[in-house]
Design a binder for this molecule. Structure first.
Ligand SMILES: *Cc1c(COP(=O)(O)O)cnc(C)c1O
Length: 395
């Protein structure tokens, strides 16, 4: 006998919970792809993406996941042997850099203190030392979904400018766009990308990318270009050229609905919701950690991501057992650790389509699981989350 009959709650950092309205938007026949309604759908989404990325630049929709959008940025902007500086802050920027290396770029990782955000001063120092301007591009993630770090993108931009360096600024917004402020044009970001399945509340399968004028300029001479990803090919006259083939129609219908929902809530409101829910998670984990068996991976509150909170466990506690219990007994699917944190951590997501009862439910179940499994923890984490959220209504 379990307590799991009811709606399952996904508390993993992607894919995230998909609203029923978004699921229902896909329940319709396929339509034709050369003319008619689909042309309006594409135009509308390319514009909506400008709103979400906060850019006047070009936007592109790929039938791909986030890794596809990474490859699109690399192939459209870089040439064989170009040097790329990868700013380490967990797993994801390094993974993107590895992909660039496979495609033919030369990558250098700016190694960093583990569990800390990228240090803009270190970026500035490295760029100042590059007097010949050999570094062609800088890669960084806004939120690293493995470590739970949030990097200060405008501060890194300032560091690049302070060094007077012309490198392209490439930013992965996969786990942050829709969840926290992102200002592509104001922050001087040259290319950015997001997947459909995280903050944007849609099914996995779309890699969404925005490119600014410097990226388009680099594109003209980039020799890693391949036809599927190619921005120029996607500017063709025919509608299907925008997708280099059959458009992923049903995912587009879904994304239209998610965009409606996001804009109805208001992008800024969505950011604020994430900020508050993250605060509730931090409050809960701080209380649980009082018995010494667990702590947040990121200790500086200012560097904690508003969309995901990795929690590391002391030796002797197996987080996999807790995850299994939450899922099998209560229907709450909490994320496991990845990269260096696999086997030692859980990741509590608060990303996308999630409200207070969903989050409080997940936190309550985690606390119940710790008690049921005799995992040492401070009592009252869920209460601390309630107290925190109640307090936000008095702000
Ligand atoms: C999820 C994620 C990716 C990869 O996206 P996929 O859709 O799984 O390919 C890349 N970067 C970050 C920061 C992510 O969170």
């Amino acid at each position: 006998m379990t307590l799991r009959q009811g709606r399952e709650v996904l508390t993993i950092p992607g894919p995230t919970n998909i609203p029923d309205e978004v699921l229902n938007a896909m329940h319709r026949p396929a339509i034709e792809i050369y003319s008619g309604d689909l042309l309006g759908v594409t135009e509308r989404l390319l514009n909506d993406l400008r709103t979400v990325f906060r850019t006047k630049g070009r936007t592109y929709i790929y039938t791909a996941n986030g890794h596809g959008a990474w490859e699109a940025a690399i192939s459209n902007m870089l040439s064989k042997g170009d040097k790329v500086l990868v700013l380490e802050s967990g797993r994801f920027a390094v993974g993107w850099g590895e992909m660039a290396a496979v495609q033919g770029a030369q990558t250098e990782v700016l190694e960093a203190t583990p569990r800390r955000a990228v240090d803009p001063a270190a970026v500035e120092a490295r760029l100042r030392a590059d007097t010949e301007h050999e570094i062609k591009a800088i890669m960084v993630v806004q939120i690293d979904t493995a470590s739970g770090i949030v990097n200060d993108i405008p501060a890194i931009r300032k560091a690049i400018d302070a060094a007077g360096h012309p490198a392209l600024f490439m930013v992965d917004g996969m786990a942050s766009i829709g969840c926290m402020p992102f200002e592509m044009d104001d922050w001087g970001v040259d290319v950015a990308m997001v997947g459909s399945q995280k903050g944007l509340m849609s099914p996995p399968g779309l890699g969404l990318l925005a490119a600014g004028p410097k990226a388009m300029e680099a594109h003209k001479t980039a020799d890693l270009r391949t036809h599927y990803w190619d921005w120029t090919a996607r500017e063709g006259e025919q509608h299907y050229e925008k997708y280099c083939g059959t458009p992923p129609e049903h995912l587009l219908f879904a994304l239209c609905k998610s965009m409606d929902m996001l804009f109805e809530e208001g992008l800024e409101q969505a950011w604020e919701r994430h900020r508050k829910l993250a605060g509730a998670v931090h409050a809960a984990v701080s209380v649980w950690g009082k018995e010494g068996a667990m702590e947040m991976n990121i200790s500086d509150p200012a560097e904690r991501a508003p969309s995901v909170t990795p929690v590391i466990f002391a030796d002797g506690v197996d987080p996999a057992e807790l995850l299994k219990w939450c899922n099998e007994q209560c229907g709450v699917v909490v994320g496991s650790g990845i990269g260096d944190l696999s086997k030692h951590a859980i990741r509590i997501a608060h990303m996308g389509y999630v409200n207070a009862p969903m989050l409080l439910g997940s936190l309550g179940v985690l606390e119940m699981g710790m008690q049921a499994l005799d995992i040492p923890h401070g009592k009252g984490g869920a209460q601390a989350a309630i107290d925190f959220l109640a307090g936000t209504f008095k702000e």
